[in-house]
Design a protein around this ligand. Structure first.
Ligand SMILES: [Zn+2]
Length: 237
């Protein structure tokens, strides 16, 4: 008996594997009509292709910022199909730089049973099994799809240990690579001292941005005012 005449086989291939009638008919060496006859006979209704729903597609692409590829995977179809429906519904398609920005602005949502808390300058997550993990480590692990190796380190690019946005995290392959990055930023800070952009305030026992520089840049939107003075190596963001 031809496979397409068996209900179980047809359910498996047509519904579960989401194969097309054409695809199945080719495999069985019969016409599309012959396969369709059995699909009708067994009353196998395919799920409505959800991406054809304009509101649903809009919500996924615009509100939820999902990529075409992610939506396509979710719908068991290909990227061009999703793109063509975005065009059809006149949903504005993001250009590469917009798409990249979204990718890096992506914040991983914690599952509801995970709790976040603050300790010693870092955010931590309490996992359901009772163990703890630095939040930035957890985020990086979600991004790379595996646990960090024991020698890997996650560096906060802007020095703000609470800024766990993905675009602020850099995965170092080991502690020496991480240390090198910190030495480098320290080296640059000393260059800024040489150029009188930074100075050491003895009373306050800390580095400061030179006053006249702050005033100079007042008319240039004061870009440097928001920057923090260089920290000593004690902090290890
Ligand atoms: Zn670091």
């Amino acid at each position: 008996m031809k496979k397409y005449k068996e209900k179980e086989w047809l359910i498996e291939n047509y519904l579960k594997k989401n194969r097309t009638l054409t695809d199945i008919s080719k495999e069985c060496g019969v016409s599309v009509g012959a396969v369709r006859k059995f699909v009708t006979k067994f009353k196998l209704k395919k799920r409505v292709k959800i991406y054809k729903d304009k509101d649903w597609l809009y919500d996924q692409y615009i509100n939820k910022n999902k990529s075409c590829i992610d939506i396509a995977k979710q719908c068991n179809t290909a990227k061009p199909t999703i793109l063509s429906y975005l065009h059809r519904y006149k949903i504005p398609i993001r250009n590469l730089s917009e798409a990249t920005k979204i990718k890096f602005d992506k914040l991983y949502e914690l599952p509801q049973n995970y709790e976040v808390y603050f300790r010693k300058g870092y955010l931590f997550v309490r996992l359901p099994e009772g163990r703890n993990k630095p939040y930035h480590v957890w985020i990086m692990e979600q991004e790379i799809g595996r646990k960090l190796k024991s020698h890997e380190r996650v560096h906060h690019i802007d020095g703000n240990k609470l800024n766990n946005n993905l675009n602020n995290l850099f995965l170092c392959k080991n502690t020496s690579e991480h240390r090198k990055i910190h030495f480098e930023i320290e080296r640059i800070a000393f260059l800024l001292i040489e150029k009188n952009i930074l100075y050491f305030d003895i009373k306050e026992k800390n580095y400061k941005i030179s006053k006249n520089l702050v005033e100079d840049t007042d008319n240039q939107q004061g870009q440097l005012r928001n920057e923090k003075p260089s920290e000593t190596t004690n902090g290890n963001p």
